[in-house]
Write a protein that binds this ligand. Structure first.
Ligand code: AMP
Ligand code: ZN
Length: 473
């Protein structure tokens, strides 16, 4: 598999440290609020990566942290603790907030068919591990104490900006954005490993440490949780692109300083989901959540389909119209699958060819959009239904669009499903008639069919995957 590595800025052949095994670490959510669908885009794409590695035969161990302490309102460790901010907002304790939003996160993941990682570890469980690594960094001269806090000394590193997409200028902007520069820092990119004093004295959760009662910085938690469960060498570390700097840069700095060797080989960063007006944010009042999608009548899996239609290394723009289009295409796949019935043996040659198409797509830096084209190609293939059903089931073990379950439901047919299915069947029939008319060069008839559908608010578009349609409400 070729995977883009943010560290080298190149697609590389994925080779794990230990043959057949993959250690994979994922930055988990900061549980001070609901996840927005941008956060969930990142988890969806990471889920596909994990599932595809398993599909390819690897024994994957995936670990994720839950950030329930230490993440400040600015990633450059200034500002209020996000958890404390959430607790104040809802007049609850930090632990109540953490529990509520951790549960909410996993409920969202379940709706999106995102598998729970093998290990999920809240940061507040690992204070001893943080203290151990911070002590090692102090002993080795990579950390210093100033103003009651312990800082990582970035000047001790040969190279700090490992991802190369940030420089001092960028960081200076980051600092200006925050609450104010920390005068204790020897170098402006130094970061806090352990706080005993911050501008915000009322931090609720505190622990004893060799440096006084306090709490850990955000970055140290991921290095330590990864070490606790995956050892000192990682194959893949994942996160959203905004995590690359400063969070992942700092994780690499402290892990490699503590271990004395390279820590992680592949860095997998998912680019952002943006709204038409720009960056998606939780601080801008109402934000987009899975519940909001459901309130608007969307199946969360239609959102997963929407995400898979584009490449993880491209920014993706969310709009209700874009989601509607994805939702119609998704329903169409389900209705096509619902029309299939087991009818004999699978055709081994067809399976081989189409599985190759599917794997070629995902082997090429997880090209999920082409993997979906492979799914369409199964539906279009000149083969029996059993073969199609077998392949769709296989592909969906990676894509996790719940196609077989949804198709089964449709076959069983509730009233609502039947109405949907009837409409889809009608549109399919018209699209097929239009295709046949075009094949016979009867363009008048083809145009008439297009116009008949348009009158009913059904708009056709010809794409590389055949004719698609959208329904205007
Ligand atoms: P947080 O809960 O803020 O720690 O973020 C959880 C994950 O979502 C991290 O991996 C972030 O990098 C990622 N993330 C944040 N905003 C977006 C976005 N707009 N699109 C995609 N991923 C995001
Ligand atoms: Zn992290």
């Amino acid at each position: 598999m070729q995977l883009y590595n943010s560290l080298t800025h190149e697609k590389e052949e994925f080779v794990p440290v230990e043959a057949g095994k993959v250690s994979m670490y994922t930055c988990g959510p900061t549980v001070y609020h609901f996840a927005h669908i941008g956060n969930l885009r990142t988890y969806i794409m990471e889920d596909v990566l994990e599932k595809y590695l398993r599909y390819s035969g690897y024994d994957v161990k995936r670990v994720m942290n839950i950030t329930d302490v230490g993440h400040l309102t600015s990633d450059a460790d200034t500002g209020e603790d996000k958890m404390l901010k959430g607790a104040k907002r809802e007049h609850k304790t930090v632990m109540q907030i953490a529990k509520f939003y951790t549960d909410a996160f996993f409920k969202d993941c379940k709706k999106l068919n995102i598998k729970t990682p093998d290990v999920v570890e809240p940061a507040t469980n690992c204070i001893d591990e943080f203290i151990k690594m911070i002590s090692e960094l102090l002993e080795k001269g990579y950390a210093y104490i100033a103003g009651g806090n312990v800082y990582f000394d970035t000047s001790k590193l040969e190279k700090y900006y490992v991802f190369n997409d940030h420089d001092e200028e960028d960081l200076a902007v980051g600092v200006r954005e925050g609450v104010g520069e920390d005068k204790n820092k020897r170098n402006k990119c130094d970061f806090v490993l352990w706080f005993t004093k911050s501008k915000f004295e009322d931090q609720e959760l505190k622990w004893d440490s060799p440096w006084g009662v306090g709490y850990p910085g955000w970055h140290i938690e991921c290095s330590c949780i990864a070490r606790k469960h995956l050892g000192e060498r990682l194959d893949i570390h994942c996160g959203g692109i905004d995590n690359a700097f400063p969070h992942h840069t700092n994780e690499i700095a402290q892990s490699e300083a503590a271990f004395g060797h390279k820590w992680c080989n592949f860095w997998f960063h998912v680019h952002h989901l943006n709204t038409e007006s720009g960056k998606m944010s939780k601080s801008k009042g109402e934000f987009l959540t899975v519940s909001l999608l459901e309130e608007r009548g969307f199946d969360p899996l239609a959102y997963r389909f929407f995400c898979l239609q584009s490449h993880y290394r491209k920014n993706l723009v969310f709009s209700w119209e874009n989601l509607e289009n994805a939702s119609v295409a998704y329903k169409r796949i389900i209705s096509k699958v619902a029309a299939l019935h087991k009818d004999g043996d699978t055709d081994a040659d067809v399976c081989r060819a189409l599985e190759k198409e599917f794997c070629d797509a995902l082997d090429n830096d997880l090209n999920t959009s082409l993997a979906i084209t492979a799914l369409y190609d199964v539906l279009k293939a000149d083969t029996n239904d059993s073969t199609k059903l077998y392949l769709i089931d296989r592909f969906d073990s990676v894509l996790s669009l719940g196609i077989m379950e949804a198709a089964e439901k449709l076959r069983e047919g509730g009233a609502e499903n039947t109405a949907d299915a009837e409409l889809v069947r009608y549109i399919e029939k018209m699209i097929e008639a239009r295709r046949a008319a075009k094949a016979e060069k009867n363009y008048q008839e083809a145009d008439r069919i297009r116009a008949e559908l348009a009158e009913k608010g059904i708009i056709l578009t010809d794409t590389k995957n055949g004719t698609e349609y959208t329904i205007k409400h």
